[in-house]
Design a protein around this ligand. Sequence first.
Ligand code: PGA
Length: 266
Amino acid sequence: MQAMDMQDATVSCPVNIAAPRARMVVANWKMFGNLALCRESLPRLADAANAKVELVVCPPAPYLGEVGRLANRSGVQYGAQDVAEVTHGARTGEWSADMLAELGCRYAIVGHSERRDRHRECNQTVAVKAAMCIAAGVIPIVCVGETMEDRESGNTEAVLAKQLNAILQLMKKNAVFVLAYEPVWAIGTGLAATPEMAQDVHAFLRRQLALFVPEWGESVTILYGGSVKADNAASLFAMPDIDGGLVGGASLNVLDLLSIYRSAMI
Ligand code: PGA
């Protein structure tokens, strides 16, 4: 991408979204589920959702319309798992942030490691996607995370700083975004970071955020993701710099998701 394009993508946050630091649990269904799961889980999630903790469902894109219909007027928010880095165009198989906004999506996950890895998304691409969301009034949930190799070679902070800085450079001071720390080695492995390990990284991310905009250190919501389960959620969410979770596998079971959601209500 040319420098000029990056410049053009710099956007400010529309005033219609305001999300100061909040407790949140985000269900990332990845490419799992079906209409039956939408119809079984949304009413139960709607019954449980309350203002203390935001509950967000990110189903596969074909189910966004149904999830939106079922979530209508409930406390459940919904979002996409990805978004295009342009506003429109001959992009078979992609969708824009404006389209998500039109469907009522409040959020879009960007930069998930499965996309960084399988779809070769680089930090710049992720940054532009986040900026596209903000321009459309959709809050990006920006994922960052190190591989086990990065961790073992002592490069965790350097890798995270590089991922984060690419994104922050495109953000205006009033931008609203959520950060998700997802160590790649913890995703789908059953091997979650310990609460202390995750807390250390979240504190580091807050220090990095504050270097860009001092208030961001405190005001940005930072979620932990990577093998969050019903039995480890409470200890992770009890950490002072962890505001909730981005939950993959366990979010496909509505009882597990509700248990994780309750764990965030502390
Ligand atoms: P997991 O996935 O909870 O299945 O580890 C988390 C994620 O990839 O967002």
